[in-house]
Design a protein around this ligand. Sequence first.
Ligand code: NDP
Length: 238
Amino acid sequence: MLTALITGGSRGIGAATVRAFASAGYRTAFFYRSSESAAQTLAAETGAYAIQCDIRDSASASAACKQASRLLGHIDVLVNNAGIAQQKLFTDITDDDWHAMLDTNLSGAFYTSRAVLPDMISRRYGRIINVGSIWGQVGASCEVHYSVAKAGLIGLTKALAKEVAPSGVTVNCICPGVIETDMLSCFTPDDLSALAQETPAGRLGTPEEIAHSILWLADPKSGFMTAQIIGVNGGFGE
Ligand code: NDP
């Protein structure tokens, strides 16, 4: 049976991805940081294993990957989805803001990918799917640190894909546009309606639409698709 590990699975896009993989018959595990109750509810609903882990911490991420591998038997699919966002003028970004952003959105994916890859390489099969952002592709005003972290994830995707392709492992990056999750809680209803109007599809995306594209990339038949940066954005920012 195929297996999947999803980071940031307690809410939003991650939770929709856990549901999509569990429904598709994957044995599934997911990481969460602080949303204990949401994580346990999702685990009970889907049968997935919930594992507490702070992705910013190398030791925590590596121990949690080992635990996931023990519970699942092995890991076929890793979805690096955990992330945070923040809106600030560039000159107001503190050192702590900067490090928290890069540690969560970029270093976390490095720690988990490094932990699961040796086994994927020895089994000659694996799928790593990073969740980037349209802002990593085009840059966003007042979100420079977020844009930098997501652009880094795009670089990680392209370079790592080349390194591990001969071992049967694919690495791709899904870049969502504006998706209805808690991450948008800093926006007013007027802001959200403006963002929907700016999106050629005329609406915001849903977490399920992102989960669907992740599941498609994870499919064993998607093995010739690697090093790709794929926008799922309703035409936004294109
Ligand atoms: P949410 O804020 O809804 O969920 C974020 C998830 O990440 C939660 O499960 C949270 O866990 C987890 N997380 C955050 N920090 C850590 C950490 N240090 N260690 C472990 N887990 C952590 O976000 P979305 O679902 O909207 O976003 C998911 C991904 O999609 C992110 O990478 C985001 O940047 C990206 N994205 C989202 C867009 C959007 O419009 N929503 C647009 C483009 C990209 P917990 O709740 O337990 O703390």
